[in-house]
Design a protein around this ligand. Sequence first.
Ligand SMILES: Nc1ncnc2c1ncn2[C@@H]1O[C@H](COP(=O)(O)OP(=O)(O)OP(=O)(O)O)[C@@H](O)[C@H]1O
Length: 321
Amino acid sequence: MTETLLRVEDLRLAYRTERGVVQAVDGVSFDLRRGEAVVVLGESGCGKSSLAKALLRILPRNVHSHTGRVWLGDTDVMDLPVERFRREVQWLRISMVMQAAMNALNPVVRVGEQVAEPLVVHRGWSRAKALDKAAEVFQRVGVSSDFLARYPFELSGGMRQRAVLAMALITEPDLIILDEPTSALDVLTQASIMNVLKRIKREQATSFILITHDVATSSELADRVALMYAGQVAEYADARRFFTEPAHPYSQMLMASVPRLYQAEAPQHIPGQPPDLLSPPQGCRYADRCPHRFARCAENPPPQRVGERHHVRCWLYGGHR
Ligand SMILES: Nc1ncnc2c1ncn2[C@@H]1O[C@H](COP(=O)(O)OP(=O)(O)OP(=O)(O)O)[C@@H](O)[C@H]1O
């Protein structure tokens, strides 16, 4: 059996705001094996980016609480002092491509220097050696090494995104977290970046957490799916299973809402709104919108195991009906 790389247990992250506490990540658990990609799906505001920040310990100042366990191999990295986490885990074992990262490149520093920087800062490599490695990684992500000497404004959006991806890859981490890596790009560029990710996953056994609301693009890479709803994982499943036989009523509605090219019926939409994370309901978060709700849904369902590495937060499962 392939080794478990990451095990997340009951991860929680809440922010302090003027209106009260926002529980953006509320008891998230899942596991990921080496070389697997999990796609984190969900509507805007359901806590996907907050999950990435909670995993990477990149927290804004208004954090109210941040708890849970994040096992990377045998180490609970939540237990490490933050400096040690930054020195030993960030970039070296887990790297990231944050939302809109391609627009965050420093405009006055040549792209190659920026891509090489994690090796200089985190591994102590010389600049020359790191630049050689940057040229190699550039080629791997489909950018000619001629681009190393250019400035970000001289690159197209797709090229800049590849450069940011090269920066995340250069230290050869075990896990890369990508937050909406292709959402600002045209479909052909999106497809070619997804192909780069697939190749890297295959060749280097790198694991990915891909955050997106784009079901179609993500299905290309996904081995596993974590569908988030109102700060929680509504369903965690094998990707093929999720895309063909989703179990949670929200997963079923989401899949029915994906437009298909030759489908006679119009895609469905889900009536209602997700709950406000300032004061989420006591019971199941999805109950208000769920066509199957019954009395038990007044209580918040824990993740119910419905199969091998498959859990669903829904009282329809586990013999409660
Ligand atoms: N720094 C912050 N302070 C207060 N509330 C925040 C902060 N960051 C996010 N939130 C709130 O936390 C909730 C989850 O936000 P998050 O950005 O994680 O969702 P998301 O699923 O990534 O959304 P999107 O797809 O739109 O990026 C939202 O209600 C959001 O308003």
